[in-house]
Design a protein around this ligand. Structure first.
Ligand code: MF3
Ligand code: CO
Length: 255
């Protein structure tokens, strides 16, 4: 069921989104060589406490997962695409890190992700992360009232495939509101002019993922959560929670 949000609900979601953005900024700033993924997760936990917000991820148990999610961040390094569990691994110069964070305030969620380089990253990694950010911007620009869900998917896919990258099959974005994952599923590939008509009050988390080699294949690791590429090639992931309004798309997960 697709739920439209009132102006008052969007204001609360904007608050949640602001905390998500502040946390992503702080975590990105501390994501340096030698820092462990658990240390970054601790920083995000402290930010939640400071702002009186709750994690959208901690203890989340969707039907596909064997265990409740154990962290407040998803940290996915290099060939990991999404849902990487924070552990004692220490970041190294040249790593490519997707940082995904979700928080709720008064029961309304925000969900956003960035891919950042650790220290100096090679040009190919910069292009991969840059393209993923561009795909997100294109998806957001397509999220106008009267447009269709397929217009977002098409816009995202054009940028990713246009750059020669693969896209993990089956993964995409989602509606968001009083639950982190609401209808509709937002595919990262599709045809323009098809699917749900976008209406003011609809809020979508748009989240492109790209694979450097051009492969579309992914697999879930033995931890039951981490999604990685099959061929070992690197991946990038970006996400914003976006409200469709009369005036066009409004990014909620920004400061
Ligand atoms: N942005 C990710 C998603 O929508 C966040 C997953 S959170 C987790 O899938 F708790 F499921 F890990
Ligand atoms: Co999401």
């Amino acid at each position: 069921m697709v739920v439209l949000k009132s102006a008052a609900e969007l204001e609360t979601m904007r608050e949640a989104g602001r905390i998500v953005a502040l946390t992503l900024r702080a975590v990105s700033g501390q994501a340096k060589a030698g820092v462990s993924l658990l240390e970054l997760d601790d920083l995000a936990r402290a930010m939640l406490a400071e702002h009186g917000a709750k994690s959208s991820f901690l203890d989340y148990l969707p039907s596909f997962a064997p265990i409740p999610y154990p962290g407040v961040l998803c940290l996915s390094v290099n060939d990991q695409i999404v849902h990487g569990i924070p552990d004692r691994r220490r970041l190294a110069d040249g790593d490519l890190l997707s940082i995904d964070f979700g928080a709720h305030i008064d029961g309304y969620h925000g969900d956003s992700a960035v891919t950042v380089g650790i220290g100096e990253i090679d040009e190919a990694a910069q292009r991969l992360a840059g393209t993923c950010a561009e795909a997100l911007a294109a998806g957001i620009a397509a999220a106008r009232p009267g447009a269709r869900l397929g217009d977002i998917s098409f816009a995202v896919e054009q940028v990713c495939r246009g750059a020669g990258y693969g896209m993990p099959a089956g993964y995409g974005g989602h509606g968001i509101g009083t639950a982190m994952h609401e209808d509709p599923h937002v595919p990262n590939t599709g045809r323009a002019g098809r699917g749900l008509t976008l209406r003011p009050g609809l809020v979508l988390a748009i989240e492109p993922m790209v694979i450097e080699s051009g492969s579309n294949r992914s697999r879930v690791l033995a931890d039951g959560w981490t999604v990685s590429t099959v061929d070992g090639s690197r991946a990038a992931h970006t996400e914003h929670s976006v409200a469709i309004t009369e005036d066009g798309p409004v990014i909620l997960t920004t400061t």
